[in-house]
Design a protein around this ligand. Structure first.
Ligand code: AMP
Ligand code: GLY
Length: 429
């Protein structure tokens, strides 16, 4: 098969690395790829947001399957356009991708189908939003309804913070049209779980459990990022909790989307808050998580390509996934300043010496090649993922490799996986 993979982040490098291992693959094209993906596929200067160009490429190169990595092209309707032309696509339609692209749509859908999520109200008027915040009290959560690269959500602990968030989203429009509607919702306590499943419109095949660290600072403090590190499996996801998530969230949602005329095909990612075994939905994503995909795919023993194709063609029924029982843990190395302003174009040292170590993969995110040199080209630059006999062992292995890689102003959290490591230690005491 010839496969075109859209995207160029850490998630896409992990997908490309895994797809490239498939005996069924002939050629893998990555559009646009990054400074690392050239090792596993052919990087082509093609923009996933340019549907006309993607369609022309698919025809010219005999592409059998298009795998869409990021949310942008999905929400813009790339899958619909390609499917109308008879091309197999891994990724939901525009209507189904609204589950991520519009928090208003997602909250309304959940409410209609009694899927547990925080109480909320939608506002266009800043005064009315602030009145509601005052009436509800803090802590409270203020969200831009549209896509904002994981940065459109502010957890507010004071009225001043809420006022500032409302001002920047609704009035200053820092997220542009994504901030036309503002969702204000109740603050949920608990621990976050990333629950991903492959879906073919009807059938649901859950992936292994994982957790990510969204906050930029150690101890999960500071601003939210796209994700600073992740691990799989997580002791949080017991078999009982898995069944509860399937019964209360995944099955009702997938059935509702099919019944309402926009069946979901692709990977459905539920961001959940778990409190004393109770499940609440924080968000849905219409794509693989990043960095979650990096540890997940390190653990996946099955061939990924037939699974992606089965989602695209509605034939997931009866398929299973074989997982490496060992935990995998990913540490994101980011540009100093991220998720705020940061510098790009800084040469990365130590990559070659760090490469080709057993049970470790270095997935590139924001990198590009400048001759022989790899330089930084984004906020999240690299993800180092290691397998280990325990989470603690995977963590230690990942950090050994991280410490050998440097650039000016590199930053990473030193505590990725701390909760799982604590749980492991508690079990052994
Ligand atoms: P979202 O993009 O909606 O998942 O929000 C990003 C992050 O903000 C989540 O991963 C949580 O860490 C936090 N968050 C979002 N909604 C809530 C909520 N209702 N209560 C507490 N934290 C939240
Ligand atoms: N790691 C969070 C996300 O992919 O949205």
């Amino acid at each position: 098969m010839n496969v075109l993979l859209i995207g160029g982040g850490g998630r896409e490098h992990a997908l490309a690395w895994k797809i490239a291992q498939s005996p069924r693959l002939r050629t893998l094209y990555c559009a646009p790829g990054n400074g690392g993906m050239g090792a596993v596929g052919a990087c082509v200067g093609l923009d996933g947001m340019d549907g006309t160009a993607v369609e022309a490429f698919v025809r010219a190169h005999g592409i059998d399957l298009v795998v869409v990595g990021p949310e942008g092209p999905l929400v813009a309707g790339l899958s619909d356009r390609l499917r109308q032309g008879g091309v197999a696509v891994f990724g939901p339609s525009q209507a189904a991708a609204a589950i991520e692209g519009s928090k208003v749509f997602m909250k309304e859908l959940c409410t209609r189908h009694r899927i547990p999520t925080a109480a909320y109200q939608v506002f266009q008027d800043p005064q009315q939003a602030m009145e509601y915040v005052r009436a509800q009290g803090v802590p409270i959560v203020v969200k831009a309804s549209g896509l904002a690269a994981g940065k459109g959500v502010v957890v507010c602990h004071t009225l001043d913070e809420a006022q500032a968030a409302i001002q920047s989203i609704l009035v200053e429009r820092v997220f542009g049209a994504a901030g036309e509607n503002l969702v204000v919702e109740g603050f949920l306590r608990g621990e976050e779980l990333s629950f991903l499943a492959l879906v073919d419109g009807k059938e649901i095949l859950p992936l292994a459990g994982c957790q990510d660290h969204k906050a930029v600072g150690e101890g999960d403090r500071g601003a939210n990022t796209g994700g600073m590190g992740a691990y799989s499996p997580t002791p949080l996801l017991t078999p009982e909790l898995q069944e509860r998530v399937m019964a209360q969230v995944m099955r009702p949602l997938v059935a509702a989307m099919a019944a309402e005329g926009f069946p979901y095909r692709g990977v459905l990612y539920a961001g959940l808050m778990i409190d004393a075994g109770q499940v609440q939905v924080l968000e849905f994503n219409a794509r693989f998580g990043d960095p979650e995909t990096q540890p997940l795919l390190m653990r996946m023993r099955s061939d990924l390509l037939p699974l992606l194709l089965a989602c695209a063609t509605g034939s997931l029924r009866g398929m299973t996934i074989d997982w490496d029982p060992r935990p995998a843990l990913c540490v994101c190395m980011v540009a100093g300043g991220y998720p705020g302003a940061y510098r790009s174009g800084l040469p990365i040292a130590g990559l070659q010496a760090a490469a080709h170590q057993p049970d470790v993969e270095i997935f590139h995110a924001g990198t590009r090649r400048q001759g022989e040199q790899v330089v930084t080209a984004g906020g999240r630059v690299l993800g180092v993922t290691a397998l280990g006999a325990t989470v603690a062992a995977a963590q230690q292995r990942a950090y050994e490799v991280v410490q050998g890689i440097q650039w000016e102003e590199v930053y990473y959290r030193r505590d990725i996986g701390y909760r799982a490591v604590q749980r492991e230690q508690a079990r052994h005491e």
